[in-house]
Design a protein around this ligand. Structure first.
Ligand SMILES: [Ca+2]
Length: 234
């Protein structure tokens, strides 16, 4: 007697197979995103943070205007308590951009004893800030210093000697981390203006990654739903 062979074939229904497929595809997608994040150059995801006094009403206090950097005033030692808040103030002429610049207590001049301090709360690959000479009698030199969290000088940039109304961008690049801070001031002279601060944040924001993942998953869901409907019609 020929033995019977009991062969069972499992045919998944569209209703039970697509959720499993969707979950598997989602896992693969998130894995791919993590791999891309690990291997893509950081500059691909760089975010530029701009603090332009002209974007705010005159007198606006800018101390905590950005979650990425705190702005405050300091003096020769770079660490003393702030005497005046950093604000946006207008000047009749000579602003590097627009008509408003950074000011300390309403005074739009920065000198060796009154400096703009910028504390980083994120990794930063580049910091830049505009400096303008303002003296009618002599040229002025702007300086941008970068310190680590323990106060060691990491990098510095000086402008060339600038006459009244002349502007130059001070810029420093490196692997700066939260806790590092920058100091901007007039190194030679007493009346330099500071304006248009920009930071480049190298890491991708969580929101950006989630947005990319969300768009990809939405496309995947549409595709799977369409395939499910086609199977149901067959
Ligand atoms: Ca401006």
């Amino acid at each position: 007697m020929k033995p019977q062979t009991n062969v069972q074939t499992f045919v998944p229904s569209p209703l039970c197979s697509f959720p499993a497929l969707r979950a598997q595809a989602s896992s693969l997608l998130f894995g791919a995103l993590l791999i891309c994040e690990a291997f893509l150059p950081h500059d691909v995801h760089a975010t530029t943070i701009t603090i332009e006094p002209d974007n705010y009403p005159v007198g606006t206090v800018l101390t905590s205007i950005s979650p990425f950097v705190t702005l405050w005033t300091t003096s020769f030692d770079n660490v003393s308590e702030p005497t005046f808040a950093v604000s946006a103030n207008s000047v009749p002429s000579g602003a590097p951009t627009g008509s408003e610049v950074f000011a300390a207590g309403g005074v739009a001049f920065w000198e060796t004893g009154q400096r703009l301090r910028m504390d980083f709360h994120a990794s930063v690959s580049t910091i830049s800030i505009d400096f303008a000479g303002s003296s009618a009698f002599d040229t002025e030199v702007g300086r941008l210093d970068l310190y680590d969290a323990v106060g060691d000088l990491i990098a510095e940039d000086d402008t060339s000697p600038l006459a009244k109304g002349e502007t130059e961008v001070m810029s420093l690049s490196g692997d700066f981390i939260p806790g590092d801070y920058a100091i901007a001031y007039t190194a030679v002279g007493n009346f330099g203006k500071l304006d248009f601060l920009q930071l480049i944040i190298p890491e991708p924001s969580a929101a950006a990654l989630l947005a990319v993942a969300g768009l990809a998953l939405a496309g995947l869901n549409r595709s799977l739903n369409r395939r499910g409907a086609e199977r149901a019609e067959d």
